[in-house]
Each structure stands twice: as structure tokens, then as C-alpha cells.
Design a protein around this ligand. Structure first.
Ligand code: MLT
Ligand code: MN
Ligand code: ZN
Length: 299
């Protein structure tokens, strides 16, 4: 299995268009200290030829340009992307669907509720009926978006997308709105979980033994955004478990057998983004990799 991390940042990217936080400033002025990163997306292939895109980032056009394996290969119109899977309906995971139009056929997969939130927005009708097939997937049902590549979706603690929040919103709910994907090829297993509000026993049992885990690295501490002075929201309020703390992902997953541990969906305020920072080195010393755009894994 080949995995390309197309975009390793959370919503907003790095630098974020309107942000002058220290990380965003460094990404503009000293990119060797804070590498710029695009918004959250990966591509996975069993054969290196046909690819499954998991989450369609607003930066998808740039991501495809930057990764030659995503370039059209034959005829006048072509894409190595044959299938697209959504793990939630957040803007950073669906806005790229607007770029994936132009009459290119592929199948769009997601849970019923994620596909409903796409269908409710008529702008997504640019993925024309009869060209793009939309297929709703039941949690726990193993399906093959591409020959040789199998996927099973499972609920993780989360919340509805920011743009669907209302008074009835439940933080940390496990439902079809936020899912992880277990992706298998040739007996190798990748767990991709870019958004997760809490590490639960269920989650640990599900991912035990995977060859690689790509996990929610939005915030280092629950109050990163408050510490950075850019906002009042905690990680919990945004549906993202912090890396650090007794209830954090590093401690929570420490004793779970996992081949490679990689943080993705990293918010631009996260101190681990600074190369060589104490925060970065401490997280790496715990066996975690901080993803950057273009990082590839061969499983
Ligand atoms: C998130 O991951 O919390 C969302 O992408 C936030 C957003 O929609 O901007
Ligand atoms: Mn996000
Ligand atoms: Zn910033």
C-alpha cells in the first residue's frame, strides 16, 4: 500500500490567509523553521496507479500539481483518482469537491449523513449526476473503492461540522458525522483518523495492530488557541483531542501496538510545527512523526 499525505494542516492551512500567529508568521518568513502546509487530505493506492483520495481539501489543485503521481497520465482528460472518500463534512474535507468537477468520473463514498450534508448544498451538484456516482456506506461494512483496496468506516467521538452546528449539537458524540477509516491492501492496514475528540477503549481495540496510524494532531494542549491568543475555543469544543495530557492521544495510545504513528490535521497554532522546538522533539521522542505535505508511507 502506498500513502501520500497531500495536506498535513488542519482547516486554514499554514500559513492561514488572515493569521499572524508566530507559526503563520514563521511559515511566511522562515519556511525552514515552520514548513508551510496545505489542508487535510491523503491519497492511498494498492498498485501505485489508481488512487483513492481521502478528503478533498480546498487546496487540492495545488496538492495535485505538487505531486506528479496525481497528474493526468493518458489521453486528453484523465485522473489517477478513481474514488473519493469523506471522513466528515468539514469545509477542509469537502471544499475540494468543487475542484473535482470538469466531467471527470469517479465514485464518492461517505456515510449517509456525510453524503446528505453534501447533497443538501446545491453547489456540489457541479459533481454531475451520471458522472460522479455517490455511494453511501454503512458503518462497519467493508467495501472496495478500488480493486485490491478495502475500507471499513467506524464512528469516532466528534461533532457535526462547524457550519452545521446548532443548539442540539452534542460534543464527543459517536455517530456517522465523524468517522475513521481502516484501509487494507495486501494484508497491510492503515488507520486514518484526522478528527477525533477522545481516545476510547473502542478506538484502541479497533486500531490495535495496524501498520500505520494517521491521527488527529490539531492541538498540542486543549487550550492551544487560547494560549496563542487567536481564539477562545478549546480542542474539545472543536472535536479534537489534544496530543498532551492524561486524556491526550500520546498517553492514550501509548500501549497500543501501532507500526508508525503520524500526526496529521495539525492546526497552525500547534507548537510542534516549529522544527527543532522542544515541543516537537518531545513528541518525536514519544515515537510520533509530525506529518508534512508530500510525506509518503509504503506499507
Ligand atoms: C475542524 O477540523 O475543526 C474543522 O475543519 C474546522 C473548520 O471547519 O474550519
Ligand atoms: Mn478540519
Ligand atoms: Zn496562525
Amino acid at each position: 500500500m502506498r500513502v501520500v499525505i497531500l495536506g498535513s494542516a488542519a482547516g486554514g492551512g499554514l500559513p492561514q490567509w488572515n493569521c499572524r500567529c508566530p507559526n503563520c508568521h514563521l511559515a511566511r518568513t522562515e519556511p525552514n523553521r515552520v514548513r508551510p502546509r496545505t489542508q487535510s487530505s491523503i491519497a492511498v493506492s494498492a498498485d501505485g496507479t489508481d488512487w483513492l483520495l481521502v478528503n478533498a481539501s480546498p487546496d487540492i489543485r495545488q496538492q495535485f500539481f505538487d505531486n506528479p503521481v496525481m497528474h493526468p497520465r493518458e489521453g486528453l482528460r484523465h485522473s489517477p483518482i478513481r474514488a473519493v472518500l469523506l471522513t466528515n463534512g468539514d469545509v477542509d474535507h469537502v471544499a475540494g469537491l468543487l475542484t473535482l468537477r470538469e466531467g471527470q468520473p469517479y465514485t464518492l463514498y461517505g456515510t449517509g449523513s456525510i453524503l446528505d450534508s453534501v447533497a443538501d448544498n446545491r453547489v456540489f451538484d457541479v459533481m454531475a449526476e451520471g458522472v460522479v456516482v455517490r455511494e453511501a456506506i454503512t458503518l462497519g461494512m467493508r467495501f472496495e473503492p478500488l480493486p485490491g483496496l478495502a475500507v471499513t468506516l467506524f464512528a469516532v467521538p466528534g461533532k457535526v461540522p462547524l457550519w452545521l452546528e446548532d443548539a442540539s449539537m452534542e460534543l464527543g458524540a459517536e455517530s456517522e458525522t465523524t468517522v475513521g477509516a481502516m484501509i487494507e491492501a495486501d494484508g497491510r492496514r492503515l488507520a486514518y483518523i484526522p478528527g477525533c475528540a477522545r481516545v476510547t477503549e473502542d478506538l484502541k481495540a479497533r486500531i490495535a495492530g495496524v501498520d500505520a496510524l494517521l491521527f488527529d494532531g490539531t492541538v498540542l494542549h486543549d487550550d492551544d488557541m487560547i494560549r496563542a491568543g487567536v481564539g477562545t475555543k478549546t480542542g474539545w469544543r472543536m472535536g479534537h483531542v489534544p496530543m498532551r495530557g492524561d486524556a491526550g492521544s500520546i498517553a492514550g495510545l501509548k500501549d497500543v501496538a501501532i507500526g508508525s504513528r503520524v500526526f496529521v490535521h495539525i492546526n497552525n497554532t500547534n507548537p510542534v510545527l516549529v522544527e527543532g522546538s522542544p515541543e516537537r522533539e518531545a513528541v518525536e521522542a514519544e515515537g510520533w512523526t509530525i506529518a508534512h505535505d508530500g510525506l509518503t508511507l509504503s506499507l
